[in-house]
Design a protein around this ligand. Sequence first.
Ligand SMILES: Cc1cc2nc3c(=O)[nH]c(=O)nc-3n(C[C@H](O)[C@H](O)[C@H](O)COP(=O)(O)O)c2cc1C
Length: 392
Amino acid sequence: MTVTANERLGLAPTDPRPPAETRPAADRTETNPLFGDQKMKLGLFGSNCSYGLIMSHAPSSYEITWEHTKEIAQRADRLGFDVLVPVARWKGFGGSTNFNGNCFETYTWAAGVAEATERIAVAATSHLPTMHPIVAAKQATTVDRISGGRFALNMVMGWVPPEMEMFGSEQREHDERYAYGQEWLDFVNKLWTEEGTFAIHSKYFDAELLEAYPKPHQGPRPALINAGNSPSGIEFSARNVDFNFASLDTLENIKGYTTKLKAKAREEYQREIHAMTYGLVVCRDTEEEAKRAFQQVVDEGDWGAAGNVIKIAGSGASQSFDHAVKEMQERFIAGWGGYPIVGTPEQVTEELGRLNEAGMEGMIFGLIDYNEELKYFGEEVMPLLKQAGLRH
Ligand SMILES: Cc1cc2nc3c(=O)[nH]c(=O)nc-3n(C[C@H](O)[C@H](O)[C@H](O)COP(=O)(O)O)c2cc1C
């Protein structure tokens, strides 16, 4: 075993009694709306990245400036949305839009958004191989303290080779990414919860005299999200996280997926997991207008960027996007492979209800023009969701 700096330098040990304010201040069910009782939770996805969820030149006032992303976050907060989930990207997907290439780093984005909002949960999306657990745990704790216990961590394993290569190391094979993710999360969980010092000796990490203060604001730990949909991804989710995100083609398949996911968590890990989905929402006064707006996204699509995404996804880098690659290329252009909801406020409400019945307890979505369409969503769809008993 290596000699630690403490031993080498003859340092006095840390007093094992940390001050009271370093402990969690509240149970997360009291602070984090992700653990609230809305039947169908609502969130925004991708409002930190250029073009959000659409690979398209369809007209929109959406832009990546701090003022704009903050305004969207504050609007969603005022409307009672439950969560904001950013996309983690280190470079764009090329094409005429360089899709998602102009984007804010997600922990620092979450810190700013947390300070600018009051009630909504704020996530950071973290590529686990790009950040040491000590740094991640500390950043997450800091955002959780800023937000008063509204933080969530969306853990992604890094499925896009060109951006992982920017970090100078070879991408791990698919299932090994999840094995690394497990050790990474075990490390972070210990930093979040353990008092005093501890050691970690595992396959990927080897460290002595670890400690971290303060602990997160919400106890026992912040909300955890993962969007793994492959067998190893589902295993990781069932074992560890509070929310799994998935998008499937039909309601029947969604029902099958959510039933199996929840049963797996219960039977194999004696814990509860919630399922949520994602996609593009296009809501207009008439069905025809909504369909036209959706079609415009497709017609003005950036097929170069979409082709790049499809090539990467189809290369086996991600196992779960395979179905979408073959059958639903439009879904990438209009909604990042997610579940599209296109129609009138009544139709959007009905579809959210159907997703809920199929076991989805929430949806995070993008809009062609987040800021403008959120106003409409608040006025026209929110009241109907309440009438339908999906929200209160
Ligand atoms: C809602 C959602 C958000 C995601 N966010 C990101 C992201 O920001 N960055 C990223 O590299 N991958 C992201 N992913 C990809 C997933 O982490 C995951 O790799 C993908 O769903 C494939 O699943 P698999 O890893 O089990 O094959 C996201 C997926 C979903 C469904």
